[in-house]
Design a protein around this ligand. Sequence first.
Ligand code: TXA
Ligand code: MG
Length: 338
Amino acid sequence: MSCLIAVDPRHPSGDALAEAARVLRKGGLVAFPTETVYGLGALALDERALARVYEAKGRPRHHPLIAHVESEAQARALARSWPETAARLASAFWPGPLTLIVERAAHVPAAVSGGASSIAVRVPSHPGARALRAVLGEPLAAPSANRYQGLSPTTAAHVAKELGDCIELVLDGGPCDAGIESTVVDVRGGAPRVLRPGAVGLEALTAFAPDLHMIHPHPAAGETRASPGMDARHYAPRALLLLAPTCDEAVTMARSLAEREGRPVGLVVREAGVGEGVPGLVKKTLPGEASDYARLLFATLHELDDEGVCAIVVQAVPDEPAWWAVADRLARGSTAER
Ligand code: TXA
Ligand code: MG
C-alpha cells in the first residue's frame, strides 16, 4: 500500500514536498491534489517513469498524458511552436484548469504524448500542485489518478482505493475544488477546438477565442477521434450508469430496476423530496447549479459504487452551455460499450 501524507492544500509542508520530490526524482509515482481532480505525477521527461504511469493506470500506450508546467515559458519549451491562440488563452486562463494541445518539441519523449506529435500542457492553479512542481523544478506528467476509463478521483481516498497498490505516495490535500477535469483545447492551426469540455466554461473561453469549435465527442463510424480521451466509454463507475430524461422518470426507472434485480440501485437527482422511502433505492441529491454539481459528481458516483449498487440512474442535466462538461462525463460514463 502506498504511503499517504496529509498536507495543508494552501501551504503544504516542506517535508512533504521534499519527500514527494525525492520519490519522483527516482522515477516513482506520486498522486497529488489539483484544482480539478487528483493527478498522478511522474517526471514528464523520464521514459521509465512514464512507462510506470501507463502501467499503473492500465492505460493504452497511445493515450497521451498531460504535462504540468510552471509557466507559459516552460510550456513553450516543450512545444515546437506556440501559436498566437495559445499565447492568448494561456495569458487569460493560466494558472488554471485549461489544457492546451500544441506541437511537441523534438527533445520531449514521445511517450508523454502516447507517440503523438502533439503535447498537452497546463499550468495548474492549486497551491499544493504548484509548490510540488516548484520544488521538483521540472515538468510533471499528470493524468488523472484513476484506472483507465474509471471515475476521476476528487479525494485522496479515491486515489488510494484504485491505485494504492501501485504508486509510492499520495499527498492528501482534501477534496478538489472543481471536481471535474480541465478543459482541453487544441490550438494547433486554424480555429481552436475544444476536445474535452471541463472546468473552464465554454462561454469564458469564447470571450477569448470567438472562433472556438466544439468537437462532437462521439464521431461517426470510421472517423478517427480527435483525442484518445474522447473514447466513448470513460469516466465510468463500476455500476451500470443510466440516464433518465426527467426526475420522475429517474425515480420510476430506479424503482423498477431495484425490484427486478433485487439489489440496491443508486438514484441521483437534483430535487429533494423525491424517491424517499422506496425500498432498494440509495438516493443522492446534487445541487441545481452546474459548478456545485460538478464538484460533487465524481465523489457521489464513487460513494454509490462503494455502497455496492448494481446500477445508478441519473436525472439528465439541462442542455445548456454551463452543463456541457457534466453532460459529457455523464454521457460517456453511461455508454453501453462495456
Ligand atoms: O484536470 C486535468 O486535466 C487532470 C489534472 C490532474 O491535471 N488531468 C487529466 O488528465 O484529466 P488525463 O490524462 O486523465 O486526461 C487528459 C486528456 C485526455 O482526454 C487526453 O486524451 C487529452 O487530454 N490529451 C492529452 N494529450 C493530448 C494530445 N496530445 N492530443 C489530444 N488529446 C490529448
Ligand atoms: Mg483521466
